[in-house]
Design a protein. Structure first.
Length: 362
């Protein structure tokens, strides 16, 4: 008996997402926050959690968290749905609006799970390469005309845009993206996982564009990656369809309460954000001072770096020093590494070791 004979062919051909283990002295590979939630806030979360019966399922609609998110985003709570991480929001949207015979248009390189979830839904992913910058003063731009050329006037489609884009770090033109939304016969998904670090958002436009859905997370600026809390903001018609495919009781008691409490302490998130932005500038300037590297400006909590030589030597050499950064795949990124913004101490150690490695291969 061969199990492969029973697997869907499109699933069998998928490459699984490969997260990096946490067993490192310095971990700059997953765009996590280098700052933990303060003990005072943790204690408040736990005090609220203990008031509830663990034996009972918790609110399947995350109503109190949606109310808090409505105040934070400016949307109505009926326009918000909460999931077990932003990944689940992407997955459920593609399950609801994707499917056999439909296309998911993805400007790439970008977050690889968009393609994975498209295939799982039965849809066909269509990757449109970004225009590659020639120097550090240029940015990665979508091929807007190439995307429009894929638009169908009859068949519903999905367009997924990461904003700012992971791993390139930059925003795309708001005006150009709005042109895409207005001309698209389907759902446009804007992934704003890194929203807090750049401040630009399409959430204010969800009432104007009924085909627009915005996805965000608590994993980055709110420092809750381990609790898996994501949410989607869209018009009520989209939200209603998402509820039909969303798993019941998908967000735990602990996660819902943690999200509610964290939204009471947005000043902590603002402090984290400002520290990361300062450290991002520090890392960018440090990388720019090293010969043979091209760091790209970023609006996220990471920086993409292109190497004229020694990309693999740097990656493997840092791993040998128990320092983990992200090695990227694909033709467009074959000479690139992505480095998460960490503490000054961790980044200084990483830069020091990187310089030593590069000096050794000159």
């Amino acid at each position: 008996m061969n199990i492969e004979d029973f697997v869907r062919k499109d699933i069998h051909n998928l490459e699984p997402y490969k997260p990096i283990t946490s067993n490192w002295d310095i971990k700059l590979d997953a765009n996590e926050s280098p700052y933990d939630v303060p003990d005072q806030i943790k204690e408040e979360i736990w005090a609220e959690v203990k008031k509830n019966m663990f034996a009972r399922y918790y609110d399947p609609t995350s109503e109190k968290l949606r109310e808090a998110l409505a105040a934070y985003t400016g949307a109505e709570k009926e326009q918000i749905i909460v999931g077990n991480g932003a990944d689940e929001m992407i997955s459920t949207l593609l399950l609801a609006f994707g499917g056999p015979g439909r296309e998911v248009i993805i400007p790439t390189p970008t977050f690889p799970v968009y393609k994975t979830f498209a295939v799982i839904s039965g849809a066909r992913p269509v990757e449109i390469p970004l225009k590659k910058p020639k120097g550090m003063d240029e940015i990665w731009e979508p091929d807007y005309e190439g995307i429009k050329a894929r638009f169908s006037k009859t068949d519903p489609q999905i367009l997924v845009i990461c904003y700012p884009n992971n791993p390139t770090g930059n925003y795309f033109s708001d005006d150009k993206v709005i042109e895409l939304i207005e001309g698209f016969n389907g759902i446009v998904v804007i992934d704003e996982a890194y929203y807090e670090f750049g401040g630009r958002s399409f959430v204010p436009l969800i009432n104007k564009y009924k085909n627009l859905a915005v996805i965000r997370t608590f994993s980055k600026a709110f420092c809750l990656a381990g609790l898996r809390i994501g949410y989607m903001v869209a018009n009520e018609d989209i939200i209603e369809e998402i509820y039909k495919v969303k798993l019941p009781y998908n967000v735990s008691l602990f996660s819902q309460i943690a999200g509610q409490v964290m939204l009471k302490y947005t000043h902590f998130m603002e402090e984290v954000k400002e520290n990361i932005i300062r450290n991002r500038e520090y890392l960018y300037n440090a990388l720019k001072s090293i010969g043979g590297l091209t760091p790209y400006p970023s609006e996220g909590n990471f920086i993409l770096v292109r190497f004229s030589k020694g990309r693999d030597e740097v990656y493997n050499g840092l791993r040998g020093k128990r320092i983990s950064i992200r090695k990227l795949e694909g033709e467009a990124l074959k000479d690139c590494l992505r480095i998460s913004v960490g503490s000054r101490e961790d980044m200084d150690r990483m830069i020091l070791e990187m310089k030593r490695i590069l000096e050794g291969i000159e």
